[in-house]
Design a protein around this ligand. Structure first.
Ligand code: DGI
Ligand code: FE
Ligand code: FE
Length: 192
């Protein structure tokens, strides 16, 4: 599926506001891919499809998590987390995407994880800072994203965890592992 077909598919699955958000993520992800030397086509396709399951039926998502062998812990956490791994599944089924880098960027765009690839980092940060995002703290991450993707990612992940704690939400293990891994990499760089 080319970018136009993918955009048309996603436009049909999402309400206008979410589709606009998607276009913002696409623009931002392509710019970051250029800036940091990632595969632009992969970043663009992952951005187009990243939220494709956002409005998928909740019971169907639950079934897919079970039948497709996705992480069973997902079902013990907030259903907001489900659209990312289910989106990766739908990207294959509905859009014919088989490239692992694209699928993983979709799969981990909400939680992050340890040892993220460059494309995964780009999608996480682009989702956080696309032009439609207005929450407090977003401006600082936008600035950092121009200079240092790693720093922008650290800041975005840390702010997300603080946000979840303030809402008294449980934090998914992948989110914590992502944070711990980023801090470990940072410590290692300090002693290089
Ligand atoms: O789909 P978007 O709105 O563009 O953004 P997203 O995929 O990052 O989803 C954000 C939602 O997911 C937001 O409401 C916070 C929630 N979330 C992210 N990580 C965790 C989480 N919720 C819980 N309970 N635990 C997490 O670790
Ligand atoms: Fe999302
Ligand atoms: Fe998104």
């Amino acid at each position: 599926m080319n970018r136009y077909e993918a955009l048309t598919l996603v436009e049909g699955l999402l309400p206008e506001k979410r589709y606009k958000h998607t276009l913002g993520v696409v623009e931002t992800a392509v710019a970051l891919a250029k800036r940091y030397g990632a595969n632009e086509e992969y970043a663009e396709m992952a951005a187009i499809l990243h939220d494709m399951a956002k409005y998928h039926n909740r019971d169907e998502m639950k079934q897919l998590i079970q039948s497709e062998g996705m992480d069973p812990r997902l079902l013990l956490f907030h259903h907001e987390l489900w659209h990312a791994p289910v989106g990766a599944h739908l990207a294959t089924v509905l859009a014919g995407i088989h490239e692992r880098e694209i699928l993983d960027a979709i799969r981990y765009h909400t939680t992050g994880r340890a040892n993220m690839t460059l494309v995964e980092k780009i999608i996480y940060v682009a989702d956080y800072i696309e032009p439609g995002r207005k929450f407090s703290g977003v401006e600082r991450v936008r600035e950092l994203a121009h200079e240092d993707l790693e720093k922008a990612l650290c800041r975005a992940v840390a702010q997300s965890i603080v946000f979840l704690i303030e809402k008294k939400q449980r934090i998914f293990p992948d989110t914590l592992e992502c944070y711990n891994d980023l801090m470990l990499q940072k410590e290692k760089r300090k002693y290089e």
